[in-house]
Design a protein. Structure first.
Length: 240
């Protein structure tokens, strides 16, 4: 797969022109983005560019439309909530000392965003992502379970890529055995997910798959983000 082709083509239903897809969701950033680690694609190790240029011709019009805005908006909501619970005193009206409100994020939308961001970054580097991630991003039934492990504490400091705060960092994870498993980690403002097709352990412990609730103590009380994982695509097992 390469630029100029649709990375969702194997699902069928391609149509229209090949359109520009934002490699990482535009709405997460200000006008400019600092990019590091895409040397193969950009030709330079580090650079700053207008966010509107961080695009590639890798999805057809039909599939771009089908992907829609739901996945992007889950990531944008989560980023907003993370900022709110991390800096509660910077929220409008925070001088009135009210306890924090419960915040909600679509787990399904977040999962789709993780999968499609991975697909975009694999494709621009000339690597085919595992088809399961493409199916999940497009809400098609998957044939193997996908694990969405929570790996990072919200309070952790991370490298930021926007003007002030770290927004997204991505790593392709290479298995140290021969499974050839396509796994990756994405950190959204310190909220780190490890996504894999096989169970993963961290420090000898099984990790949490699909976090339901994130809590963060704040000066105004305990802040909570609730994740709703209902209506995920089902897993079709190999019957034959
Ligand atoms: Zn297509």
């Amino acid at each position: 797969m390469e630029e100029g082709k649709c990375w969702a083509a194997f699902l069928g239903g391609c149509g229209g022109q090949i359109t520009k897809e934002h490699i990482v969701t535009q709405g997460l950033f200000g006008r400019r983005v600092r990019v590091d680690g895409l040397a193969g694609w950009l030709g330079t190790p580090k650079c700053e560019m207008p966010i509107r240029k961080l695009t590639s011709n890798i999805l057809c019009e039909h599939h771009n439309n089908e992907l829609g805005r739901t996945a992007d908006s889950a990531a944008i909501h989560l980023l907003k909530h993370l900022k709110a619970i991390r800096y509660p005193m910077e929220l409008p009206g925070s001088r009135i000392l009210r306890p924090p409100v419960e915040r909600h994020v679509s787990g399904l939308g977040l999962g789709r965003w993780l999968c499609k961001t991975h697909c975009n970054l694999m494709i621009i580097n000339g690597i085919a992502p595992d088809p399961e991630y493409i199916r999940y991003a497009f809400l098609r039934p998957i044939t193997k379970p996908i694990y969405f492990f929570f790996a990072g504490q919200v309070g952790e400091k991370k490298r930021f890529a926007d003007s002030r705060d770290a927004v997204v960092s991505y790593r392709q994870l290479i298995a140290d055995d021969d499974t050839g498993c396509d796994a990756f980690s994405i950190s959204l403002a310190g909220f780190q997910s490890v996504v894999s097709l096989i169970p993963v352990q961290q420090n000898g412990k099984e990790m949490i798959d699909r976090i339901n609730e994130l809590q963060q103590p704040t000066p105004l009380g305990m802040s909570k983000i609730i994740f709703d994982w209902s209506e995920e695509p089902g897993v079709i097992s190999d019957i034959l």
